[in-house]
Ligand binder design. Structure first.
Ligand code: NDP
Length: 487
């Protein structure tokens, strides 16, 4: 039996039931209520989706870059036309404040499609004269891309992965996180309306076993994952069985350094954006905030002043600053870190508990929390929490803070606030991170490469660099004259 609002898989340009007939519920984190049932893919559906993507690849790769770009541009326009609807869907399924989702999710996805729509026509090979002839290179798409998404930016991730993949002539099978499948399914419907040929974008909601089936699949040519570092290691190991290329956007525990000459109000703004946007559920968050001892008190005073004003509320309410955690178990996970911080002797200056929102009693809310008096070896300072929990650490010396900032297996992002231009660039060069912000935090223009180093990942999304991960070069040698064989 199926219900009116049930959502199906999207394969080969239409909604289809899962082969195994299984369903799961997706929940509204703001209320804890089920939104609807979603068809649950299994490995049999992976096979069907991959076969559809393979068939579609034949036509899609033969289209010119200009023609593919035109389709992607139409999809960007579709997203903008449906901006309010998509933002509401993302807020409903993900618990993020409606004040964020139109710009951070929908516009960011549309910008990406628009950017790669333009890039599609610019993909070129090279040509060179050499002894005995010449060669040229053909940039070719890889084939079928398997994309696996995290739950924190589901629509944005669907766009960030499909735009460069499609621009280069690949087709895609996308598995959103089972916690947030709705916006990617809507994205696929809009893609069809925009003229994306059937089979070019397939969306198969499901659990980790579906991701696993994708990584092991012999007819998927590449895996692009956004997720945790442990998942990244499993995906890379499994991809070795068929030598698939992988791009991995993983977690982090990024440092934000506030030097004594910083503009303190800007630094406080940066620290707030680095910790409380999307309830702290952002991979690049600067959760280790190193503040120079000489300005620590002033910084903390202003930080607390502004943190107090943040409104925790129903994600759909226009004045909400901090929404709901993605799930009850994730909320418990974040709260357990807060308890670990208190037990280790860190001083909880504000927050530190679950929050209740009137009218949304079943929702999963955590107060924005600031710990002071943290030390480098505390669990809250070493591990990714993925919630609204900031650890403030003190320092006095530049070399010391750089060494401490780099003392982590992660290397996703870092930020620093200073008015000293030389120091800014010197420290930026020394910090081990894939993305670095000087006097800002967490802005990700589509033109700038995005991705981590160390255990935070492999490869870049956004920018022209992303295309390199979806293209392989074929070298074609063309001989001139007779073959001079030594035999
Ligand atoms: P997970 O690593 O748990 O899951 C990511 C995706 O992988 C999900 O779709 C998941 O399915 C799937 N998956 C799980 N196990 C496997 C497997 N063995 N093989 C293949 N796929 C699998 O991450 P979360 O969804 O919990 O997201 C949070 C994490 O993502 C954080 O660590 C965060 O830092 C990181 N992240 C990184 C970003 C970046 O760009 N660097 C951006 C956003 C988040 P299922 O959901 O069903 O388990």
């Amino acid at each position: 039996m199926s219900h009116a609002h049930d959502r199906l898989l999207w394969i080969d340009g239409r909604a289809v039931k899962a082969k195994g007939g299984a369903w799961f519920d997706t929940f509204n984190p703001g209320t804890g209520q089920s939104i609807c049932r979603v068809a649950q893919a299994s490995s049999a559906d992976v096979d069907t989706a991959v076969a559809a993507a393979r068939r579609a690849f034949g036509e899609w790769k033969r289209m010119s870059g200009v023609a593919r770009g035109r389709v992607l541009r139409a999809l960007a326009d579709k997203l903008r036309e449906h901006r309010d609807e998509l933002a509401e869907l993302e807020t409903l399924d993900g618990g993020k404040p409606i004040a964020e989702t139109p710009e951070a999710d929908v516009d960011s996805g549309a910008d990406c499609l628009e950017y790669f729509a333009g890039q599609a026509a610019s993909i070129q090979g090279e040509y060179q004269e050499v002894d005995e002839g010449f060669f040229y290179t053909r940039p070719e798409p890889l084939g079928v891309v398997g994309a696996i998404g995290a739950w924190n930016y589901p629509l944005q991730i669907a766009c960030w992965k499909s735009a460069p993949a499609l621009a280069a002539g690949n087709t895609i099978v996308f598995k959103p996180s089972e916690l947030t499948p709705l916006s990617a399914l809507r994205f696929a419907e809009l893609a069809k309306e925009a003229g994306v040929p059937d089979g070019v974008i397939n969306v198969i909601p499901g659990f980790g076993d579906v991701g696993q089936a994708m990584t092991n699949h012999p007819d998927i040519d590449k895996i692009s994952l956004t997720g945790g570092a442990d998942t990244g290691k499993k995906v890379m190991a499994a991809s070795a069985s068929t030598l698939k290329a992988v791009s991995l956007e993983l977690g982090g525990k990024s440092p934000l350094i506030v030097f004594d000459d910083a503009d303190i109000d800007n630094a406080v703004s940066g620290a707030l954006m680095a910790n409380f946007f999307t309830q702290g559920e952002i991979c690049t968050n600067g959760t280790r905030v190193f503040v120079h001892e000489s300005i620590r008190e002033t910084f903390l005073e202003r930080l607390l002043d502004r943190t107090k004003k943040l409104k925790i509320g129903a994600p759909m309410a226009a004045d909400t600053d901090v929404g709901a955690m993605i799930s009850e178990s994730h909320m418990q996970h974040v709260l357990s870190y807060i308890e670990a911080g208190k037990a280790a002797g860190a001083k909880c200056l504000i927050g530190g508990a679950q929050a209740t929102v009137a009218g949304c009693e079943g929702g999963w809310y955590v107060e924005p929390t600031v710990f002071d008096g943290c030390s480098d070896d505390m669990q809250i300072v070493r591990e990714e929490i993925f919630g609204p929990v900031m650890s403030v650490l003190s320092f006095t010396d530049e070399d010391e803070v750089v060494t401490r900032a780099n003392d982590t297996p992660f290397g996703l992002a870092a930020g620093l606030f200073t008015r000293d231009i030389e120091r800014g660039h010197r420290v930026a060069a020394d910090l081990e991170a894939g993305i670095l912000w000087i006097n800002h935090y967490n802005i990700t223009p589509i033109e700038m490469p995005f991705g981590g180093i160390k255990e935070s990942g492999i490869g870049k999304e956004n920018s022209r660099r992303a295309l390199e991960h979806y293209i392989r070069l074929k070298s074609v040698f063309v001989a001139r004259g007779a073959v001079d064989a030594p035999y």
